[in-house]
Ligand binder design. Structure first.
Ligand code: ADP
Ligand code: TZD
Ligand code: MG
Length: 579
């Protein structure tokens, strides 16, 4: 519908602006320069006019990918990522990403066009009728609707503040079709816009909270720091590194906090995780929740007797959300504030001298680390045929080491778990993955946003099942000619390719077409396809992709028996537990 109208209609006396233009102007005024979306009624002209006005408008093949792209752009930039969709079905396709952003604490705004309020509210059957605001609300940190052009400035400002202030999250902004064409006086329109001042205000921690935390840490015999993706989001990299190095406390990075300090750092305790969690007496969480990913802070992982029993450790929790403390176990010293301010306050409290943690704790950790690293090195050195996760990931590990600035996307089950533990990260915010939900489908959306936001090459390690959730976005990657190298870890299915239907009628629910050639898919769009059956072929393909910066998909053939059910989280799978 409509045509490009870079210039708004004017009559002889008055300059008139309209809803389309005011949305664009409000975005630009607030430094929003990219929209991830998919056009159609009523937002087609919004995408055209935004592009004509100089915004980058990245058009996807499915709104879910656009939404995931927006969410991770928010994580990487601390600015809300914008996802733009049409009404009902497009909105619903984007909703998964909105919920994902809220769950992962990423700032994002889902902007959806919607149908006519009067018709929707009387349920009279409008084109794509749906009460979108009501449906979005429980999944979003906040949800707003704008009915009048003169309120667009306030609507966009509120959405931005809600997305990035405090604990970041997903925000829904409902823009009914009628709004876009509304004309108002251009001067009045301009005056109605708001440049948001200090959208994510610093939150300074209370001095006594900082002191309480430092006292606890100072007296610890076996201290540990856990860094979460909130710490990565906060972009307080130098302060965090300084805190860790000045205190000498061993640390564990959660998945997306890997690289905040290089994984090869001598204080990194990743290779001794199962020793340090139950062993530590004081644990400081920085931007990490005690959710399922940390076994809720209790049970055997933490030295508790049964799965509900608490261990003996005390916790310090640094978080911007005052409600997070005590969510699962007692937090002895909550420090509420933004991580930059909290860590700076701690550094000031520490001053010049801090006792190093007792040597027997550090030595015991180092012993475990060395033993586990040596064991892993042995496994990685093997070259079995067919290739397995380890021999393939030994290559990926080398390539990432040689290209530490490359962005790194990862999803799957075994393809996720093995990669996370084998491939070291060297710089902050390079690793982006399935996040808090362990969701499949973030892959290609994350690749597009990572390439666009950082201008760095992107490496994506994808399970063959995981890849399928967003595979059509290969066309998007090729259309924008992004330097993305996708490696599909092809083990013929979900977890493994070996299941059979006991009745003999159909393929088993977990298996796919055997020997599928995912590399051929990208060739359809002009990208480079590589079929790799050995580590040497994989290495050559990846090196070439990074050198040429061309969209590349490598079909890495992995032993179909190599994976385990549910990867590392078999214990959460009810049927597997019975076996
Ligand atoms: P992970 O999955 O890596 O363990 P989580 O997503 O569970 O991390 O935790 C991230 C935490 O970081 C959330 O509790 C969130 O409130 C917090 N957070 C996010 N941004 C900031 C910030 N700038 N300052 C302080 N805390 C933050
Ligand atoms: N649907 C969504 C949206 N998210 C999910 N996490 C799942 C389904 C369930 N699921 C997992 O948790 S991992 C996975 C699914 C379907 C795929 C695992 O297969 P893969 O990885 O090929 O990606 P491996 O290497 O074969 O284990
Ligand atoms: Mg698989």
């Amino acid at each position: 519908m409509g045509t490009v109208e870079p210039q708004v209609a004017t009559d002889a006396q008055t300059q008139v602006t309209d809803g389309f233009q005011l949305v664009i102007d409000a975005f630009k005024l607030n430094g929003i320069d990219t929209i991830y979306g998919l056009p159609g009624i009523p937002i087609t002209d919004l995408t055209r006019r935004a592009q004509a006005a100089g915004l980058r408008v990245l058009s996807f093949r499915h709104e879910q990918s656009a939404g995931y792209a927006a969410s991770i752009a928010g994580f990487l930039t601390q600015k809300p990522g914008i996802c733009l969709t049409v009404s009902a079905p497009g909105f619903l396709n984007g909703l998964n990403a909105l919920a994902h952003a809220t769950t992962n604490c990423f700032p994002m705004i889902l902007v959806s066009g919607s149908s006519e309020r009067e018709i929707v509210d009387l349920q009279q059957g409008d084109y794509e009728e749906m009460d979108q605001l009501a449906i979005a609300r429980p999944l979003a940190k906040a949800a707003f609707r704008v009915l009048h052009a003169e309120d667009i400035g306030v609507g966009v400002a509120r959405a931005i503040r809600a997305a990035v202030s405090g604990r970041p999250g997903g925000v829904y902004l409902d823009l009914p079709a009628k709004l876009f064409a509304q004309g108002i006086d251009a001067t009045a329109g301009k005056n109605s816009l708001i440049r948001v001042v200090d959208p994510a205000p610093r939150q300074i921690p209370a001095p006594d909270a900082v002191k309480r935390a430092l006292d606890l840490l100072k007296n610890a015999k076996k201290p540990l720091i856990v860094l979460g993706k909130g710490a990565a989001y906060a972009q307080a990299d130098a302060e965090i590194r300084s805190l860790i190095e000045k205190t000498g406390i061993p640390y564990l990075p959660m998945s997306m906090a890997k690289g905040l300090l290089p994984d090869a750092h001598e204080q990194c305790a990743s290779a001794a995780r199962s020793y340090v969690l139950p062993g530590a007496d004081v644990v400081m969480l920085i931007g990490a929740r005690l959710n399922w990913l940390l076994s809720h802070g209790k049970g055997k992982t933490w030295g508790g007797k049964g799965h509900k029993d608490w261990g003996a450790q005390k916790f310090v929790q640094v978080d911007i959300s005052p409600q997070e403390a005590d969510s699962n176990v007692r937090i002895d010293a909550p420090v509420v504030g933004d991580i930059g301010s909290c860590v700076s306050a701690m550094l000031a409290g520490i001053g010049g001298s801090w006792p190093r943690p007792p040597a027997d704790w550090l030595n015991a950790i180092n012993e475990r680390k060395s033993a586990n690293v040596a064991k892993m090195a042995e496994t990685l050195a093997k070259n079995p045929s067919p290739m397995n996760f380890h021999s393939a990931l030994a290559v990926v590990r080398d390539i990432v080491k040689a290209n530490p600035d490359a962005m790194f996307v990862n999803e799957g089950a075994n393809a996720l778990d093995f990669t996370r533990s084998i491939v070291d990260m060297y710089k902050p915010r390079k690793r982006i993955d399935v996040g808090t939900w362990g969701v499949m489908g973030i892959g290609m959306g994350y690749c597009v946003a990572a390439a666009v936001v950082t201008k760095q090459p992107v490496i994506a390690i994808e399970g063959d099942s995981a890849f399928g959730f967003s595979g059509m976005e290969l066309e998007t990657v090729c259309r924008y000619n992004l330097p993305v190298c996708i490696v599909v870890m092809n083990n013929n299915g979900v977890y493994k390719g070996t299941d059979v239907d006991p009745t003999g009628r159909d393929p088993a629910p977990t298996v796919f077409v055997k020997g599928a050639r995912y590399d051929k898919l990208i060739e359809a769009f002009g990208g480079v396809g590589v079929h790799a059956t050995t580590p040497a072929e994989l290495r050559k393909g990846m090196e070439e992709a990074l050198r040429l910066r061309r969209p590349t998909l490598i079909n890495a053939v992995i032993d179909e028996t190599a994976g385990t059910e549910s990867g590392r989280i078999t214990s959460l799978n009810p049927s597997a537990r019975k076996k």
